[in-house]
Ligand binder design. Structure first.
Ligand SMILES: [Zn+2]
Length: 238
């Protein structure tokens, strides 16, 4: 990243204003944005963070919690769903998982004005903080699409801008359980932030992700990688 490129990206985020959503789900855009968005941790430890988006779904979430067992994960959950299923949030926290923010609902930020964006992020942060007992430290927008307001306001609400370095297309109807395992493990290296989904997507998609989970955990273990929460992943080595 040259200084000039950095200035350019910073400019996209600020000077271009609110209605210049950055579609950071495109890998080239994501790479350019990396100095300002958490996509991977630069850690010397053999750790990865498994992250899930879109829940909590009261049907699927308990299945994910059970399959994970004592393996900690980070759930980027939606404020609307958190308010409706506080018991699930409490169970996840009791299981040693971290709850982060995926917005209040799953509308893309490209359609939200500045005021609505601030309201949505604040509502979601408060709902998660109340249900989880700790305010969320990370925010990942729906679809990986930012608007200028969310870009600026998320850190002020105490949430680090976050994306991922590897996803498995697990929401897609044509993605098989085997592909979810292979694609996830293909990105497994120290500091990796792996993205999966614990709700929504194509019919049956969360079930395929849940079914992939055991093989993913075994694969990580075989590579000597330890799954930790996102906060643990970015913590400095003592
Ligand atoms: Zn999502």
């Amino acid at each position: 990243m040259t200084h000039r490129t950095g200035m350019m990206i910073g400019g996209i985020a600020t000077a271009a204003g609110h209605f210049a959503p950055a579609a950071t789900f495109f890998p080239p855009v994501r790479r350019l944005a990396e100095p300002w968005v958490l996509c991977r941790a630069h850690t010397g430890r053999a750790e990865v963070a498994i992250t899930f988006d879109d829940g909590p779904d009261p049907g699927y979430a308990p299945q994910f919690l059970e399959t994970l067992g004592k393996t900690p994960a980070t759930f980027f959950w939606l404020g609307t769903r958190v308010r409706a299923h506080r018991d699930v949030v409490r169970d996840a926290v009791a299981g040693g998982h971290e709850i982060a923010c995926h917005g209040d609902d799953h509308r893309t930020l490209a359609r939200l004005g500045p005021r609505a964006t601030i309201d949505a992020l604040t509502r979601a942060r408060d709902a998660i903080g109340e249900a989880a007992g700790t305010p969320p430290a990370f925010y990942r927008p729906a679809y990986g699409v930012w608007n200028g307001t969310a870009w600026g306001v998320a850190p002020r609400l105490g949430m680090q801008r976050t994306l991922w370095c590897k996803w498995a297309w697990d929401w897609h109807s044509r993605t098989t359980t085997t592909q979810i395992v292979e694609r996830t493990l293909a990105g497994a290296r120290p500091g990796a932030i792996l993205l999966l989904h614990d709700a929504d997507g194509a019919p049956g998609a969360p079930t395929r992700t849940r079914d992939a989970l055991t093989a993913i955990l075994e694969g990580l273990s075989a590579r000597g990688l330890r799954p930790v929460t996102l906060s643990q992943l970015i913590a400095p080595t003592p």
